[in-house]
Design a protein around this ligand. Structure first.
Ligand SMILES: [Zn+2]
Length: 297
């Protein structure tokens, strides 16, 4: 039995074999390709398969997706913005494989439930702050998938006090403030000379004013969104991962303050936001859980 995991992320494509206990340590990755996206994906998958007969493939993709149709339409992959039938393409590549597709945030929630910080809780919000924002919701022990597979798009929860324009066409969405690319854009508008999300995180970590302010806005917005989601679903745990979560107090302090300010109902003061321990394997691990579950394993 050879099971593979594939990540269609906002900053990389990655693939790995899924080993015992959903270990995914041999990761191959490439930056998100601007052309030839499926050809590059195919190469990655064949490389990790190494000639073995693949029996299962789990795909974690940035949204939006159409889970029933097996179609992905991530905004970061120009060729796929109007939809690409990735499940069918994968079935042609590995005819013996059970191919499973889920939203990146759903895979994050699966990974945290099976391997990470929410193993012993029934209700939680899982958020990944990277170039974009992914989210997944665990309710009553189940990962919520939604009508079309897109539940968990916490990046498009509206946050009061912010009016930034969002790529979705709206204004004031969490992602428009706290997504890595949005935070970089805001910092540059304030006069910061850097360019990348990793530079912004490092600059905030060492206390540079504008990057720290950008991460401060992100933390405040995330705290407000988390308090709203927690009130809606009666949960007391938020697990936060992704590159921006590495920024230290510049993000975490305003985040904690916003949660304390807004999570005031009698069942909410225990609301905790904790860092994910899964690191960069989170999405692949979730895709692995998805694939292994479908194998009956
Ligand atoms: Zn939006």
């Amino acid at each position: 039995m050879t099971v593979l995991a594939l990540e269609i992320g906002s900053s990389r494509f990655a693939a790995s074999r899924v080993g015992a206990e959903v270990g995914v340590d041999d990761i191959r990755q490439i930056p998100v390709p601007s052309v030839g996206a499926w050809d590059r994906c195919r190469e990655l998958l064949l490389e990790v398969a190494g000639g073995a007969e693949v029996t299962g493939l789990g795909i974690a993709s940035a949204g939006p997706i159409d889970m029933a149709a097996g179609v992905v339409a991530p905004s970061e992959v120009p060729e796929w913005r109007t939809g690409f039938g990735i499940a069918e393409a994968a079935r042609k590549l590995f005819p013996k494989a059970s191919v499973q597709l889920a939203l990146d945030g759903v895979c994050l929630a699966l990974a945290e439930r099976n391997l990470g910080a929410t193993r012993n809780v029934m209700d939680a919000l899982v958020v990944r702050l990277s170039h974009h924002i992914s989210g997944g919701v665990l309710v009553g022990g189940f990962v919520v998938v939604g009508r079309t597979g897109n539940a968990g798009h916490v990046g498009h929860v509206l946050v009061p006090g912010f009016d930034d324009r969002c790529l979705c066409g709206g204004r004031g969405c969490l992602e428009a403030v706290a997504g890595g690319l949005s935070a970089v854009r805001w910092a540059r508008e304030q006069g910061w000379a850097g360019n990348s999300v990793s530079e912004l995180v490092e600059a905030a970590r060492v206390g540079e004013d504008i990057p720290a302010a950008a991460l401060g806005r992100a933390g405040t917005a995330l705290g407000r969104a988390a308090a709203s989601v927690a009130a809606l679903l009666d949960m007391d745990l938020v697990v936060l991962g992704g590159s921006l979560a590495e920024a230290g107090p510049a993000l975490w302090k305003p985040l904690g303050e916003a949660v304390a300010t807004h999570a005031r109902l009698s069942f909410l003061p225990g609301l905790r936001v904790v860092p994910s321990q899964l690191g960069e394997v989170a999405l692949l691990a979730g895709a692995g859980v998805l694939a292994v579950s479908a194998q009956g394993g």
